[in-house]
Design a binder for this molecule. Structure first.
Ligand code: 7TS
Length: 426
């Protein structure tokens, strides 16, 4: 472990940001110890960032420091350790608030991840506000976690799921969305960025159109938050969800942003400690926001690690990260598309992060296995977006997804690996 400052506040940027001299990806890579290793004797080329990202030393240190210096349960003890743990946990909430530009810290609910955030809204807001005959609008490019919770709710309530179709590039058909929006619509739920296609959806316009009909919108930001500036107030999003592990933070932690007015009116998700203000056997009064939605001892280590990850991203500068990843994606798109037999799946004009493709007639799993032998980690399969595979008539794709530490050299290695795959199957 590297030498670390003593307190959480010391994690804030000190000295000039690395971006002063441009985005130095080589220096950035040194922050990620895992990247330095060899896989099957070859340097690791990690291109599975849409599944999960690697963690910088700053995050590892923040977690180790929390356990070695400050660990105690939050919101309970009068003792100093508990005060310090509470302060660190709540500071992480403020960091997340600022990251999303939320109006108030109480609008940030710590959850396990995007999946839990969506289930929370389905089970609380959805159960309270939907009735038989009502409709929820999603899109044809959603991750299963933004499909199944709504299906479960629809089944329970006798409501109906409506799906906005996508074109052959993998872009939303906005005119179809406008046709689906109507008096029966009670909620719109859609991804900001598709994990299978990389499409960036025009969420601001989508929200504007929904709001004209008085319909709230949940945005699944799992793939957007790590790659682009998100401003929930500028978007006017009603709910926004993302996962810590996809933004260089720990697993098991994520954020649900909700407008305070909506969160206040929602019933709790789970019952237990911390979410109450008083309990008798006759009646329990619920705690105020955000604690109403955080039953039980929270994932303190996770929140603190996520705070350190967001600090890290802020320090590099989201504009720099976006520009860097766009460069790597554009380079990869050009090089991979030029390989004989490659068909790109997802060619939206607004894209980020993800390059999905098939290399006919080779099965994506075989591509993944051979690339692994070359030290290259990609994901193959349906990416928890089976309807997208169906739409493009493929059982699976190979997917390279990029993070802030990937380089054009990583792409060159991928292209060499794919040439090797073609030789093996020639
Ligand atoms: N929404 C999107 C758009 C995602 O990409 C994912 C995970 C989730 C929701 C669920 O996030 P979780 O953190 O709650 O699991 N996507 C992927 C992927 O593309 N490969 O592995 C997980």
């Amino acid at each position: 472990m590297t030498t670390a400052p003593n307190t959480y506040t010391d994690l804030r940027p000190s000295g000039p940001a690395p971006t002063d001299a441009g985005y130095d990806v080589r220096r950035v890579r040194r922050d990620f110890p895992i990247l330095a290793q060899k896989i099957h004797g070859k340097p690791l080329v990690y291109l599975d960032n849409a599944a999960t990202t690697q963690k910088p030393q700053q995050v590892l240190d923040a977690i180790a420091r929390y356990y070695s210096e400050d660990n105690a349960n939050v919101h309970r003890g009068v003792h100093l350790l508990s005060e310090r743990a509470t302060e660190a946990y709540e500071r992480a909430r403020t960091i997340a608030q600022n990251f999303l530009n939320a109006a108030r810290p109480e609008e940030i609910i710590f959850v396990r991840g995007t999946t839990e955030a969506i289930n929370l809204v389905a089970q609380t807001y959805g159960r309270r506000n939907l009735a038989a005959g009502d409709e929820i609008i999603i899109t044809a490019m959603e991750h299963h976690s933004n499909i199944v919770p709504w299906q479960m709710l629809c089944e329970e309530k006798g409501a109906r799921l409506r799906v906005v179709p996508i074109n052959d590039r993998g872009e939303l058909q906005l005119e179809e969305y406008e046709k689906l929006l109507g008096p029966k619509t009670k909620l719109v739920a859609m991804g900001h960025v598709s994990n299978a296609l990389g499409t960036i959806n025009p969420v601001r316009r989508i929200i504007e159109l929904a709001h004209q009909q008085g319909v709230p919108v949940l945005v699944d930001g799992a793939q957007a938050a790590p790659r682009m500036k998100v401003d929930v107030r500028e978007l006017d999003a009603d709910f926004y969800a993302f996962s810590g592990h996809k933004i260089y933070g720990p697993t098991g932690i994520g954020v649900l942003y909700g407008k305070a007015s909506l969160l206040e009116a929602m019933p709790p998700y789970q019952g237990g400690g911390d979410m109450i203000s008083s309990v008798t056997f006759e009646k329990t009064l619920y705690n105020k926001l955000p604690h109403k939605f955080e039953a039980g001892t929270p994932h303190m280590e996770g929140a603190i690690g996520l705070g350190a990850a967001l600090d890290y991203v802020n320090r590099l500068g989201m504009e720099n990260i976006t520009a860097h990843e766009q460069d790597v994606l554009a380079y990869a798109t050009e090089k991979v598309a030029a390989l004989p037999g490659v068909r790109l799946i997802g060619t939206a004009r607004q894209k980020t992060g993800v390059l999905s493709f098939v290399l006919e007639p080779i099965h994506p799993h075989d591509i993944g296995t051979i690339l692994d032998q070359e030290g290259i980690a990609i994901r193959t399969g349906h990416h928890c977006a089976q309807p997208v595979m169906l739409r493009f008539g493929v059982p699976a794709t190979a997917r390279a997804s990029f993070g802030l530490y990937n380089t054009r050299e990583d792409v060159d290695a991928l292209v060499r690996g794919l040439n090797r795959v073609r030789e093996v199957f020639a």
